[in-house]
Design a protein around this ligand. Structure first.
Ligand SMILES: Cc1cc2nc3c(=O)[nH]c(=O)nc-3n(C[C@H](O)[C@H](O)[C@H](O)COP(=O)(O)O)c2cc1C
Length: 235
């Protein structure tokens, strides 16, 4: 019997109430669960991945799609520090206990990335790029001993065969051809860093111009939601 699909859902907005990116990721994930046959949509917090997935399997819902949720905006991850970097630069078998403790969270985040088949990221644009909360996450998971393979001379990404969706919100319009396009460091950055980790199947859905008044905002959000609901039908 094939394994049920697992989706990793991460939000990175600092805003909770009224967050456009949170509303859009939630709408997509719900539609995705329904399309994958969920009768009781289940969400595991990342911290309890093994326990929650194990419990749902033993409860007989083994064919239910699973969602692992991390709220990077509300529960920010620590920035990498000197012990983390020392661990990163030390071969796994030579790491001290202190080094292993410093990268234990990183290992857990990577376990989630490897376990999941689908990734959904909610990413508001902050100061022309991604929020610090998401950068802290990426710093934790780009690892030469886990998500990258350097043994062949040229780095190879190890997170292959995954599908990633980035739902990104912003006030202004940075689309190709606009005057602001060259100031958009969000999509180019995420495309590059995901590619380094082997994540090549990447889709962006952009809800922009949200700062152009209530009418345009409502229209742009409805359009993005429509796009997402259609995408969920074949994702
Ligand atoms: C700290 C901060 C920086 C922002 N920087 C930009 C920006 O550079 N360009 C832009 O178009 N919007 C910017 N915005 C607006 C947000 O991208 C926009 O409000 C978006 O909808 C936020 O997503 P959320 O509603 O999920 O929080 C910024 C907002 C904040 C709070």
């Amino acid at each position: 019997m094939s394994q049920p699909p697992i989706l990793l859902h991460l939000d990175s907005s600092a805003r909770l109430a009224g967050s456009a990116s949170r509303a859009l990721t939630a709408a997509f994930v719900q539609a995705w669960q329904t399309r994958h046959g969920a009768t009781q949509p289940a969400v595991s917090s990342g911290a309890n991945l093994d326990a929650n997935l194990g419990a749902s399997l033993s409860a007989g819902s083994s064919q239910q799609p699973q969602v692992i949720y991390r709220d990077l905006g509300q529960q920010p991850l620590p920035a990498i520090d000197q012990t983390w970097v020392a661990a990163y630069e030390t071969e796994p078998e030579a790491r001290t206990g202190e080094m292993m403790a410093a990268i234990a969270l990183s290992d857990q985040l990577l376990d989630e990335l490897f376990a999941a088949d689908y990734y959904v990221f909610g990413v508001p644009m902050y100061n022309l790029t991604i929020p610090t909360a998401l950068k802290a996450y990426l710093d934790q998971v780009v690892r030469r001993d886990r998500s990258l393979d350097l043994s062949q001379g040229k780095p190879q990404g190890c997170l292959t065969g995954k599908k990633a969706l980035v739902i990104t919100t912003r006030k202004f319009n940075y689309r190709p051809g606009t005057e602001a396009a060259s100031r958009n460091f969000l999509e180019p950055y995420l495309e590059a860093i995901f590619k380094i980790m082997g994540i090549a199947d990447l889709t962006f859905v952009v809800a922009d111009r949200l700062g152009e008044g209530a009418e345009v905002r409502a229209e742009r959000l409805a359009q993005a939601e429509q796009e997402l609901l259609q995408l969920a039908q074949y994702w």
